[in-house]
Design a protein around this ligand. Structure first.
Ligand SMILES: Nc1nc2c(ncn2[C@@H]2O[C@H](COP(=O)(O)OP(=O)(O)OP(=O)(O)O)[C@@H](O)[C@H]2O)c(=O)[nH]1
Ligand SMILES: [Mg+2]
Length: 446
């Protein structure tokens, strides 16, 4: 997600960071490029324009140009302003229950946006936090919709309330579903509703009636990140009629340009609470504006990565990794270990963007090979090195590289590319470990 944008921004910032002194014109030029990159990524033009204006004002106002590392200061300001646009908080906006159980969560959204899938993902997510939920099949338009929810419930072992659709109404099912949830003693009742291709009065009326009948604590609109600015417009309209409490951006794992998703919180004033990053029921992440900003700027999202890792590897290892990343003592051996752990953690693409420098690295490898193949290749290259070489990549002279290429079945230039990219990653980490960098990083980590 956001790969193209990240690549462009990283390039602009690298150029900016390589200069010792910056003039106002340097900043102007760089920000113009940032603006173009944002617009190309489909960020709403007003949002992009305002962002650039604020960054410029701060960059010129805060004596950034006189500082020792003006480039990094500008990047830091862009980071902060981007985080502000995405919602501005360092905390995820979790679900807020109502005073009395069960709390009702109403799913809304256009057809195919991901409501039913997200309902199941949320139930699973809530269970991980110790909640019990009931799913309610209040989409009576398609018989298949009820079956879809029932089969998801069965798969996850989460109860589903459903009724025969004939002569029935979504409102009646939703109301009885909530009663049933109360009798089961669940803490959340998640009501799945039907979608339409476009917003129309019938859909809105149905949703309004369900809302009135169930007094939901949360009304989440699921928007398909692939639909670009249409998603932003849909969110505005839904919010005007329904008073949404949050947004879920689905399909951020796809090849959407992603910019619409970036502008949506800022345009609608509704916080993004979750993002969907795959079809599987566990492919849902809490949304943290600051972490997303750092991902977009190519700084990785070490925190989320560490959290996912904690579910799979022990905490000690994860802490160690975080420390190493901070101290920039991360070597190829650590890299290999990470790679192997990543492989055990499931869909790789979902995790890639979170490792600093990693998505760029995988792109250097021969295209048209799929991600897992690319990773196997990186792994093969590192495995062909001796332990000493992995710990100290400086040892890798020409003849050693040739040997490694032979051993791993790649060309010497593949090995060179991997090493170059690894160096850049290390350099980035060193920069982050410098006093200014550390300050920025501490803020990010907080
Ligand atoms: N890749 C990816 N696919 C998703 C994600 N969320 C949902 N999908 C897929 O999108 C398709 C539509 O999802 P549904 O949950 O059925 O959407 P819906 O809004 O309930 O659709 P209707 O009930 O027809 O209005 C399914 O094939 C899902 O697997 C996601 O985050 N990533
Ligand atoms: Mg559905």
């Amino acid at each position: 997600m956001f790969d193209a944008l990240t690549d462009k921004l990283t390039a602009v910032f690298q150029r900016l960071g390589s200069r010792g002194r910056l003039t106002e014109k340097d900043v102007d030029d760089a920000l113009r490029e940032v603006r173009v990159a944002l617009l190309e990524a489909d960020v709403n033009f007003r949002v992009a324009r305002d962002l650039i204006a604020r960054v410029k004002e701060r960059a010129l106002g805060e004596q950034v140009l006189q500082s020792l590392s003006p480039g990094q200061q500008v990047v830091k300001i862009v980071y902060e302003e981007l985080a502000a646009i995405l919602g501005g908080s360092t905390e995820a906006q979790g679900l807020k229950p109502s005073p009395r159980a069960p709390s009702v969560l109403l799913m809304a959204g256009l057809q195919g946006s991901g409501k039913t899938t997200t309902a199941a993902k949320l139930a699973l997510n809530l269970r991980k936090q110790g909640h019990r939920s009931l799913l309610v099949a209040a989409d009576l338009r398609r018989p298949a919709a009820i079956q879809q929810l029932q089969s998801l419930g069965k798969q996850l072992n989460i109860p589903v309330y459903a009724e025969a659709p004939e002569g029935n109404s979504a409102v009646a099912v939703a109301r009885k579903g909530v009663e049933h949830g109360r009798s089961l003693g669940v803490t959340w009742v998640i009501v799945d509703t039907g979608g339409r291709l476009h917003i129309d009065d019938e859909l809105m009326q149905e949703l309004e009636q369900v809302k009135e009948a169930t007094s939901p604590a949360e009304i989440l609109l699921v928007v398909d990140a692939m639909t670009g600015q249409d998603a932003v417009r849909a969110a505005q309209e839904f919010h005007a009629r329904m008073a949404l409490t949050g947004l879920v951006l689905s399909k951020l794992d796809g090849d959407a340009r992603g910019g619409a998703a970036l502008s949506i919180a800022s345009v609608t004033g509704v916080p993004v609470k979750f993002i969907g990053v795959g079809e599987r029921p566990d492919a849902l992440e809490a949304f943290y504006p600051d972490r997303m900003a750092s991902r977009i700027l190519g700084m990785g999202d070490v925190k989320t990565l560490v959290e996912i890792a904690q579910q799979e590897i022990d905490e000690k290892q994860a802490k160690e990794l975080q420390k190493k990343m901070r101290q920039a003592t991360f070597n190829l051996e650590d890299f290999l270990q990470q790679l192997q752990q990543l492989k055990r953690m499931g869909p790789i693409t979902q995790l890639m963007g979170m490792v600093p420098g990693f998505s760029a690295l995988s792109k250097r490898l021969p295209q048209n090979a799929d991600t897992d193949k690319q990773l196997k290749r990186v792994e093969a290259i590192i495995l062909s090195m001796t332990l000493e070489e992995r710990r100290n990549p400086d040892l890798l002279n020409g003849s050693r590289r040739k040997r490694i290429a032979l051993g791993s079945g790649v060309t010497p230039s593949d090995v060179n590319q991997l090493l170059n990219q690894f160096r850049q990653t290390q350099k980035l980490m060193k920069q982050l470990a410098s006093p200014q960098g550390r300050k920025a990083l501490t803020r990010m980590m907080r």
